[in-house]
Design a protein around this ligand. Structure first.
Ligand code: NCD
Length: 324
């Protein structure tokens, strides 16, 4: 019988794979957020903490990463845990000799208590979870599929700013087809009532219509727009994203759409409210002008990155059952 991999969390994170936002319900999110608040306090004190002492986590990253890799590594080390870092296994491990994903996972599960994996193929995290007999897998991004831990930190950032995750209006802009962080965050927002989401992208990079139908069924109100002029003035947050060059087969197509929507001072002045926040999963290329960084509504290089570490500290501690 195939092993069930995407088990619902239901406030019990112990030894569960974290593969998709579909595993979460509202109480589980709130539990994670309250542990993350506690982790923030621990980090601000910089006091020695040994919640993860004696544990080893494998960080298996087949794709480049700064924040996801760095914040997981820092999160685990802040809590006294250790990591085995396998960065670019295509070059630096037996994957270079042709070893399969299944064998790689079985090997590293023999050495560690948890595997956190980023992989270029959608569905690879599910495959890894099926292959692992003894330990959980956390999906750190599977191709254009999902990026659940980014969505968790994004939801936490919105929650901390507005004190709620319902009755919000949000704008998603950029590469909504290939942006895995968008796919996960929309699933998270669809758990809550009365959220209205505007989707701004070139036609070529639209969120797939199947996904839109599914999200609408879950209760999200979705409006696709094609021009900045249609940005709603009441938006609570803008979630801007990079056009994902590495997902294009034809680079000429990429060149045509890469600068479709750019946050400029003029755009902010015209369409953004005073209390909104401007988010971005990063890395940011040209789609947000650097002068915008100084605007206090820009949270991408402020609370959003910091929250990433707190959420990951909380998540790893809960999954490894070191905190309840
Ligand atoms: C994103 C990713 O890898 O999906 N980055 C991240 O993990 N924060 C976004 C991106 O690469 O554009």
């Amino acid at each position: 019988m195939p092993k069930e991999t995407t088990v619902r969390i239901k406030e019990d994170f112990k030894e569960k794979n974290i593969l998709s936002l579909t595993q979460f319900d509202i109480p589980s999110l709130l539990k994670l957020f309250s542990v993350a608040d506690h982790m923030q306090l621990l980090s601000l004190n910089s006091s020695p903490v040994d919640i993860l002492k004696g544990t080893i986590t494998t960080l298996l990253f087949y794709e480049p990463s700064s924040r996801t890799f760095g914040s997981f590594a820092a999160a685990i080390k802040r809590l006294g845990g250790a990591t085995v870092d396998i960065v670019n296994p295509q070059l630096n491990s037996s994957v270079a000799k042709g070893e399969t994903l299944v064998d790689t996972i079985r090997t590293f599960e023999a050495y560690s208590d948890l595997i956190i994996m980023r992989h270029p193929e959608k569905g690879a995290a599910q495959q890894a979870a099926k292959a692992a007999f003894f330990i959980p897998i956390i999906n750190a991004g599977d191709g254009i599929g999902e990026h659940p831990t980014q969505a968790l930190l994004d939801l936490y950032t919105i929650y901390k700013k507005f004190g709620r995750l319902d009755n919000l209006t949000g704008l998603f802009a950029g590469d909504l087809l290939n942006g895995r962080t968008v796919h996960s965050l929309l699933k998270g927002l669809s758990l809550f009532k009365n959220n209205t989401i505007y989707l701004l992208s070139p036609q070529l990079l639209s969120l797939p219509s199947l996904e839109i139908t599914r999200l609408k069924k879950c209760g999200l109100t979705i409006k696709e727009i094609r021009s900045e002029k249609e940005i709603p003035p009441q938006a609570n947050f803008w979630y801007w994203t990079r056009v994902q060059k590495e997902r294009f087969k034809d680079l000429e197509e990429y060149e045509k759409v890469k600068k479709s929507f750019v946050v400029t001072q003029t755009l902010l002045k015209k369409y953004a409210g005073k209390e909104m926040i401007l988010m971005h999963p990063l890395p940011r290329l040209d789609e947000i002008e650097s002068s915008i960084d100084a605007d206090l509504r820009s949270v991408y290089l402020r609370s959003q990155v910091r929250n990433g570490m707190y959420i990951r500290m909380a998540l790893v501690s809960l999954v490894l059952n070191k905190i309840t």
